[in-house]
Design a protein around this ligand. Structure first.
Ligand SMILES: [Zn+2]
Length: 426
């Protein structure tokens, strides 16, 4: 489908700068084929009038667990251990694969409605995120969460086999790609992590993990291995592979050096860190040291939403307060984290409105009080927007939501299904 966005205000950004201007955007074969003009004849199948609208690169959520949306508001105001081991994990045992599908689809709806076009998922149910992603029209990087002691333990072997089978089954799907995801150093034994690294090399897959999320994780690592979690993974050769590390809240000086040297991508999940009482990641320092920081929501069980605008807003504000410096972590740095940096971390060709990039775009309605007057659009996106402004979403050149109506998913069917699941796992 050829789509033309006509006379629309657009955020044209790169690594260092951005420009906001009215333009026309030409979308052909899933790609942004022209900005301002199209070289040649363009026959639009669809023209979108850009009056009072703003187009931005679709947001990229670099860490979530989509199936967990069925756990939204089920276990709150608890310690990390009580939350994970006593409330979440026992309920996970009650979920069927089909339940996970409906949870993932609920997440896709929420993400599309708040302008996210791509996400990195860590799941426990083979094929279900992939199915929900394809059904909703989203783009995703999928990773099966891996836990276990060593390479000969039955469960550990089963989980990695599921990850690799899923990869083989879906690898030709255009909008899907894959990673291997050792859940965390406290749920994976050293031998199992080494085994996962070997498999990642064999299949040429990047790695996705939770890292240095809690103070306790760091102190246990120092006790058990005499190293921080970051040093420990580095000593195993983990960061020789492209890595996306979620959280990184509690870092020592040496950890920053390792991240920089090994080009580790760090995902900020500020709302999850706050809700679970884990603290604030040293974002200002990470940005100053040139580490690629991107944005995530974590799951709806620890956030409790998958609305990236909300996490962007927190990131822009928290670090000014923490550093007692209003110049720390600017609106543009946050916007970049949610777009261009995320695309870099996930190895996808989007995150920017630029010729040749995938047409993953969110169109916002500017006729909302919180977006007026239009003094500074980047500030509006990081400080004022709440996600409800998102009106139309295009992913890979395909319209997946138009005038807030999802075109591929029956929302009511999803809401009814998740209510039944919630009843079952109460
Ligand atoms: Zn997580």
């Amino acid at each position: 489908m050829n789509i033309k966005l006509e006379n629309i205000l657009a955020v044209i950004s790169d690594e260092d700068n951005y420009e906001i201007r009215e333009t026309s955007i030409f979308i052909k074969d899933g790609i942004i084929a022209g900005i301002d003009d199209f070289d040649g004849v363009f026959e639009a199948d669809k023209v979108i009038d850009g009056k009072n609208k703003l187009v931005i690169p679709g947001l990229i959520n670099c860490h979530t667990h989509t199936y967990m949306s069925v756990f939204r508001n089920i276990a709150d105001d608890l310690s990390f251990d009580e939350w994970l081991f006593k409330n979440i994990m026992p309920r996970e045992d009650k979920l069927s694969s089909e339940d996970a599908y409906w949870g993932a689809l609920l997440s896709c709806i929420e993400m599309i409605k708040t302008g996210t076009t791509c996400f990195l998922d860590m799941h426990m149910f083979k094929n279900q995120t992939a199915k929900a992603t394809v059904d909703s029209g989203m783009r995703a990087v999928i990773s099966r969460g891996l836990s276990g002691e060593n390479r000969s333990e039955d469960g550990a072997v089963r989980r990695i086999n599921e990850a690799l089978e899923e990869f083989e089954e879906w690898k030709n799907e255009k909008k899907l790609s894959f990673m291997l995801a050792p859940h965390a150093i406290y749920t994976c034994g050293t031998d199992y992590i080494k085994f996962i690294i070997d498999k990642a090399k064999e299949y040429n897959l990047p790695l996705h993990t939770h890292l240095s999320e809690t103070r306790y994780e760091v102190s246990e690592s120092e006790k058990n291995y005499g190293m921080t979690p970051v040093q420990y993974l580095d000593s195993l050769g983990f960061f020789e592979l492209n890595t996306v590390a979620a959280h990184c809240v509690h870092l020592k000086d040496s950890d920053f050096k390792i991240f920089k040297k090994k080009n580790v991508n760090v995902v900020l999940n500020p709302k999850s860190n706050m809700k679970l009482g884990n603290g604030f990641a040293p974002v200002y320092r990470m940005i100053n040291e040139g580490i690629n920081v991107c944005m995530g929501t974590d799951s709806a069980a620890s956030n409790n939403s998958l609305n990236l605008f909300s996490d962007m807003n927190c990131t822009a504000l928290i670090h000014k307060a923490v550093n007692e410096n209003p110049k720390a972590v600017t609106a543009f740095e946050v916007f970049k984290a949610a777009t261009i940096n995320g695309a870099k971390a996930l190895g996808i060709n989007s995150g920017q409105i630029k010729e040749g990039k995938a047409a993953d775009l969110a169109i916002l309605d500017l006729n909302c009080p919180q977006m007026r007057p239009k003094n500074n659009i980047i500030a509006a996106l990081s400080y004022s927007a709440n996600g409800s402004e998102v009106d139309t979403v295009i992913i890979d050149g395909e319209i997946v939501m138009e005038n807030r109506k999802l075109l591929n998913v029956d929302e009511n069917e999803v809401y009814e299904s998740v209510e039944k699941i919630a009843e079952k796992i109460k």
